[in-house]
Ligand binder design. Structure first.
Ligand SMILES: [Zn+2]
Length: 449
């Protein structure tokens, strides 16, 4: 069976991930993501109303025109998890393919919300739920799609595996090896080891190189949780304002913030549009059980009303968890820092960033500004209470050891980002150009002709 891999997006950047695998006549697409920084750099861009080709020209969504060079039928579109760099282009591209979107329940729900917000295209692809540990048949030639449960900074993440008569193709974006996560099961390493040893083994492994230049092991979410506990417990006797911010989609972290707020005698409240969206979705789908009195507010009016209530009843009784961990100009924390909300910061008030700045010049600049503004109001900043969602070098070593793939394609980075991974794999006996395929966006790699 011919096996061909199209590296469509996310091979020159972090963002707009998209890869297609052709096994004979059957094609499966993995991820259809958005490169948010290419959108945010322009002011007043409303992607909901924009045409795909304009977004492709901006570098915001994958340039999928190479798909016409692949001979076969697309049988499924498979986003691995709900981050925008993996699902954000579905509303712009999926309608061009006569295939269902197959993903885990939480991811499907986020895809559904995104399609509902789309105003340019009618996206009518079927949405099919499949959980980690489950499989489905693709086409009529012995190809199976399996979801292996992994741990990442969003719940319900999987690595899809396409089993073909030539061996398995493992699409390894995005994960860390968490053996004691705060929500859901640990990563299913047992299954990866089995796949590495069964039938024809692993033909090709496509790997997330986000942290491939970082030594050591990415800690468990439990480490971030204990760090956060230490920081918040240290503030137990403080009788002023405490505000926290984190990734809205990071449900485990939001859960820890809510829990520790209660522990130090404060009422947690989630504020900001995406805070309400992700936490509300996770709660509705029963992934979390928040306290029944937890408020979640997204709309400007209800947020302002909540801030007024906090000011009236005393800041010392509340812990607002807000959007704006990257200093995004329109997010809640930045608005608070600019004095645009009814919440008044006083000298000595605490601002807890349970996040790390995504190392990208736009983010770094915006975050710097937000922190300066907070500082001018006298706020004390607690930063980097966080662990990454991506494997570092020892995780990559363990994955190679478990899967023993015959071919490797580094992904989810630019060339500089790939370098650490190429070194590591070379030390394990792989060779550039022979079985390590360093590539760019828009290439076709023939693995079996
Ligand atoms: Zn991700």
């Amino acid at each position: 069976m011919e096996i061909e891999i199209a590296t469509i997006g996310g091979y020159e950047e972090v963002g707009r991930q998209m890869t297609a695998v052709r096994a004979g006549n059957d094609i499966v697409i993995f991820d259809m993501g958005l490169n948010l920084s290419q959108v945010l750099i322009h002011d007043n861009v409303e992607t909901e109303r924009m045409h795909s080709l304009d977004l492709i020209d901006m570098g915001a969504i994958p340039d999928d025109r190479i798909m016409s060079d692949l001979e076969g039928d697309v049988k499924a579109i498979v986003p691995t998890h709900g981050h925008l760099d993996h699902i954000g282009a579905i509303s712009k591209l999926a309608h061009r393919y006569d295939a269902p979107v197959v993903a885990t329940p939480f991811t499907i729900e986020l895809v559904k919300q995104q399609i509902e917000g789309e105003q340019k295209f009618g996206v009518e692809n079927d949405l099919v739920k499949m959980s980690g540990g489950e499989s489905m048949t693709i086409g009529d030639h012995g190809v199976e799609l399996e979801f292996v449960h992994v741990t990442h900074s969003i719940i319900d993440a999987i690595n899809p595996v396409l089993h073909t008569p030539e061996g398995a193709i493992v699409y390894g974006l995005d994960k860390r090896m968490d053996h004691s996560p705060v929500i859901q099961d640990p990563i299913d390493m047992k299954r990866f080891r089995e796949i590495g040893r069964e039938d024809n083994g692993v033909l090709c492994y496509i790997e997330d190189c986000t942290n491939a230049n970082k030594k050591g092991r990415t800690p468990s979410e439990n480490v971030a949780r204990e760090h956060l506990r230490d920081v918040l417990y240290s503030m137990e006797d403080y009788d002023g304002g405490i505000v926290a911010t984190t990734f809205s989609s990071h449900i485990s972290r939001v859960t820890s913030l809510v829990e520790f707020a209660k522990d130090i005698g404060r009422q947690p409240v989630l504020l900001g549009r995406s805070m309400e969206k992700y936490s509300g979705t996770a709660e509705r789908l029963d992934f979390v059980d928040f306290p029944s009195d937890l408020g979640m507010f997204g709309h400007r009016k209800s947020v302002d009303r909540t801030f007024k209530r906090i000011m009236n009843e005393g800041k010392e009784n509340f812990l607002p968890v807000v959007t704006g961990h990257q200093g995004e100009p329109r997010a809640m924390l930045t608005r608070m820092a600019r004095g645009e909300t009814p919440y008044e910061l006083d000298d000595g008030d605490k601002v807890v960033f349970s996040a790390r700045v995504i190392p990208e010049p736009t983010n770094e600049g915006q975050r710097y500004q937000a922190e300066r503004l907070l500082g001018m109001q006298g706020a004390r900043v607690y930063d980097e209470i966080h662990v990454s969602g991506h494997l570092c070098q020892e995780g990559h070593y363990e994955m190679l050891d478990a899967l023993q793939p015959r071919h490797i394609i580094p992904a989810h980075q630019d060339l500089k980002g790939f370098s650490g991974y190429v070194d590591l794999a070379s030390n394990q006996g792989y060779q550039m150009g022979r079985d390590i395929h360093v590539t760019r966006n828009g290439n076709l790699i023939s693995i079996v002709d």
